[in-house]
Design a protein around this ligand. Structure first.
Ligand SMILES: Nc1ncnc2c1ncn2[C@@H]1O[C@H](COP(=O)(O)OP(=O)(O)OP(=O)(O)O)[C@@H](O)[C@H]1O
Ligand SMILES: [Mg+2]
Length: 247
């Protein structure tokens, strides 16, 4: 078993081995009209290192989105524990929950842009409940520039292509300088070149802001470029493969 624990890419200032994400025996069951409950996540365990880029793969309905929603505290598990940066996520409420959501960027499977808001206002939207010490509009513009949307700050989502809308959704996930980005099929509905650009953008986050990433994807090419692939099926982890570090 590969248990070499030497750090990979340089520049990390993390002290020691605290995982960025720790998931222990996590389960989520949905009860619907169907006679059988749906076991969307079953006894899932994994740990993820800081700055790691993890692909979450598995067939449609295997539980990828459910797991991301649980880690992002958008939904609550039936049992199990989630810790992010050493702090519990499960069971937190109120201020601490709001604080946690601020530190995590979520790119939704469907972009979930607000149709009546411009690109810039969509990017700023997660900041609305908070006071900030910086100029939000300037920061939104800077991030939109970085994702290749310079000059489109004032466009409504309906005037943007699918790939451009996805870039706005990614920009929105970055406005809070997240320590962890959860991206749910970020290239799912995009043509291959646009998908490639979005991938470059996401992978660049590790270098630019030191973020760790979990990317749910059906794209084997994307998964192959991640540090690690966690395959799930019927709500269970069936395979967890870490790529050997390359020079
Ligand atoms: N709110 C819900 N209520 C009932 N069942 C749900 C709910 N959300 C998800 N499910 C069910 O849980 C299972 C896992 O769904 P999930 O969306 O996590 O799968 P997925 O791996 O993301 O699929 P896809 O690749 O199609 O996005 C599916 O059987 C789904 O129908
Ligand atoms: Mg999904």
């Amino acid at each position: 078993m590969g248990d070499e624990s030497q750090p990979t890419s340089g520049g990390s200032d993390s002290e020691g081995d605290q995982p960025i994400v720790r998931v222990v025996d996590l389960s989520k069951t949905y009860h619907t009209d169907a006679s059988e409950p749906i076991y969307a996540c079953r006894n899932i365990d994994f740990e993820m290192r800081e700055r790691e880029i993890v692909a979450l793969t598995g067939p449609s309905g295997s539980g990828k989105s459910t797991l991301l929603h649980l880690i992002g505290a958008l939904d609550t598990p039936d049992s199990g524990v989630i810790e992010v940066a050493g702090e519990p996520v499960t069971g937190i409420k109120g201020r601490r929950l709001a604080e946690y959501r601020r530190r995590v960027g979520f790119v939704f499977q469907r972009f979930h842009l607000l149709p009546t808001l411009t690109a810039a206002d969509n990017v700023i939207a997660p900041l609305l409940p908070y006071k900030t010490s910086f100029d939000r509009r300037a920061k939104a513009k800077q991030i939109l520039d970085a994702v290749g949307l310079a000059g489109r700050e004032g466009s409504l989502p309906s005037k943007l292509s699918g790939g451009q809308q996805q870039r706005v959704a990614i920009a929105r996930a970055l406005i809070n300088d997240p320590m962890l980005v959860l991206a749910d099929e970020p290239t799912g509905n995009l043509d291959s070149q646009t998908g490639e650009d979005i991938m470059e953008l996401l992978f660049g986050l590790r270098e630019r802001v030191g973020a760790s990433l979990i990317i749910a994807t059906h794209d084997p090419g994307l998964a192959a470029r991640c540090d690690r692939v966690i395959q799930i099926r019927d709500g269970r982890v069936i395979k967890d493969t870490t790529r050997p570090a390359t020079g």
